[in-house]
Design a protein around this ligand. Structure first.
Ligand code: ATP
Length: 319
């Protein structure tokens, strides 16, 4: 393997830059030329490709976002679009491609590998919704960002003796709400994976108030319930006013945590080793603190196991 490409695709996630840096540096260390593809699969189709050297990834390990930019490409979902992408890879002499992104990006990687391109997928998404890996790059940073917000919101809700509903991202995955809820001492954690009873939420609010609790934090994962509907329902049932904060895109940004930087660095270097060893169509993951690779198609058919023990723990600790 003489020349490879790297691209970031789908939603950006803190730590993607650390992964790009590791791919470029580990590539150069192994005498492989690394080409950076801008704007994901869309940029690949358009030939937005440039040579990367040691200094093109200097001073980025601590930065959020992705220096390669990211995009979603409808064109790439078509056979014709992918043909163009494959032609571009051939023109540039790129023999292998590392794709940093979420499940959609992995589906794209799978299609490319079916056409003979050697691909390695690195899980980069704040949602932690890839079932085969315990963690994805960006998740830990997003949890810490939410935690920081909880701490700040707690100050004002304590002063006003108010309840707060904090809506966080995650799409169909409640991990951000679950982990930040546990770490932030939330009274209720509402996630799409577990049905919740509004009466339990209200009971905690009433009981908390009667024993003099100064605040009550309800972590709500997007895709579970509408935050404003929930606010209305709580008021109608028990007359308690809850303030709503929807954190939104703040969760995508910021300097990556040490965990994400280390995970990204290890996965980036692992991707180079995998390509050198002739591997293709592999998804990288982490389990029991070890990086591993598995068939990308198989990884995509797996179902996410919700961490119900941790969910139970949040309930126990918030009595
Ligand atoms: P995130 O989880 O952050 O949204 P993602 O990688 O899942 O990231 P998507 O928008 O689903 O984000 O996918 C990124 C890109 O991957 C798409 O814009 C498209 O170009 C490509 N892609 C997605 N699904 C497929 C598919 N079935 N076949 C080919 N390409 C695909």
């Amino acid at each position: 393997m003489k020349k490879i490409g790297v691209l970031t695709s789908g939603g950006d996630a803190p730590g993607m830059n650390a992964a790009i840096r590791a791919i470029v540096r580990a590539g150069i260390y192994n005498n492989i030329e690394v080409m950076g593809v801008s704007r994901g699969y869309e940029g690949l189709i358009n030939g937005e490709i440039k040579h990367m050297d040691v200094s093109s990834v200097a001073d980025i390990i601590h930065k959020g976002g992705t220096i390669l930019k990211t995009a979603r490409s409808e064109q790439f979902k078509t056979e014709e679009g992918r043909k163009k992408a494959i032609n571009v890879l051939e023109v540039f002499g790129i023999e292998g491609l590392v794709i940093i992104g979420g499940d959609g990006s992995f589906r794209g990687a799978e299609k490319l590998s079916e056409a003979g391109v050697k691909t390695i997928g690195i899980p980069g998404t704040i949602d932690n919704d890839l079932p085969y890996s315990e963690f994805t790059i960006g998740f830990d940073t997003a949890v810490n960002t939410v935690l920081d917000a909880i701490t700040k919101i707690r100050d004002t809700s304590t002063s006003h003796e108010k309840a707060t509903i904090i809506e966080v991202m995650g799409r169909h995955c409640g991990d951000i709400a679950l982990y930040s809820g546990l770490a932030g001492g939330a009274e209720s954690v509402l996630v799409p994976e577990e049905e919740f009873d509004i009466n339990d939420v209200c009971k905690k609010l009433v009981q908390g108030k009667s024993r003099g609790k100064l605040h009550n934090i309800i972590m709500l994962a997007e895709g579970t319930s509408d935050a404003y509907e929930l606010q209305k329902e709580i008021f109608e049932r028990v007359g308690i006013e809850a303030r709503v904060t929807v954190l939104g895109f703040i969760q995508r940004g910021g300097n990556p945590s040490s965990f994400d930087r280390i995970l990204a660095s290890k996965m980036g270097a692992y991707a180079i080793d995998a390509l050198i060893n002739g591997k293709s169509s592999r998804a990288l993951g982490i389990k029991n603190n070890k990086i591993f690779d598995m068939d990308i198609a198989e990884a995509l058919t797996m179902e996410k196991q919700f961490d119900s023990d941790t969910y139970q723990l949040t309930n126990i600790l918030s009595i």
